[in-house]
Design a protein around this ligand. Structure first.
Ligand code: GTP
Ligand code: MG
Length: 194
């Protein structure tokens, strides 16, 4: 993937793009590495804002990729330390977007490989399934794990989500080492014939 361009930040459903382009969304808990994923996949250091403190992304951020499809960076679900009201506003916006928008062709659900999937991961998985949005779980930040931790984490995630098949809808990933990047590029190429 080479080309990416920031299009807009959406705070209200009525401001969603109105065209036929397909959307690929990045979702998952706050701080799991969604914005970093976009930067590293396209080799642009700072196109998506990232932070070591959770809660950086606060709107649905639309990027046009390869002039063919949107990549959408979503705010992290369930970040507890911001005002409840603001959090509820984001969560409603994300839920409404998932429900209303018919152009979402794929979701990458990022899970932090250092932690077991949380209630929020189950909730998000439930939404995606209920809404028939195809998804791929990325077990992210695997550069932080040794071999036995890796095996344990993989098992934990597959125990919680028993529909996952390694190498198909479940990929180990690291934006630091580039592990999994080729697989993701292949998936996007297949979908959009980039
Ligand atoms: P929100 O916008 O709060 O939802 O967070 P986010 O999911 O967009 O996370 P972000 O990309 O801002 O990354 C959070 C932190 O994790 C940053 O310090 C990143 O450098 C770090 N990070 C992201 N991906 C990886 C990875 O694959 N490995 C390691 N070691 N760190 C990562
Ligand atoms: Mg972010």
């Amino acid at each position: 993937m080479k080309q990416i361009e920031f299009i807009k930040s959406v705070y209200k459903i009525k401001d969603l793009p109105k065209n036929d382009l397909q959307h690929v969304i990045l979702c998952g808990r706050s701080n799991v590495g969604k914005s970093t994923f976009i930067n590293k996949l396209f080799g642009k250091k700072k196109i998506a804002l990232t932070s070591s403190a959770p809660g950086k992304t606060r709107s649905l951020n639309f990027y046009l990729a390869e002039n063919k499809f949107y990549i959408v960076d979503l705010p992290g679900f369930g970040y507890a330390k911001i005002a409840k009201k603001e959090r509820e506003t984001w969560e409603r916006l994300i839920q409404d977007y998932l429900k209303i928008d018919k152009n979402i062709s794929l979701a990458f659900h990022l899970i932090d490989s250092r932690h077991k999937p949380t209630t929020l991961d189950r909730l998000l998985n439930g939404y995606l399934r209920e809404l028939n949005i195809p998804y791929i779980v990325l077990m992210n930040k695997i550069d932080k794990l040794n071999q036995s931790e890796f095996a344990k984490s993989k098992k934990n995630i597959m125990n919680v989500f028993d529909e996952l098949l390694l190498g198909e809808n479940f990929l180990p990933y690291s934006s630091v080492t580039g592990k999994g990047k080729k697989e993701v590029e292949n998936i996007l190429n297949k979908l959009f014939l980039v």
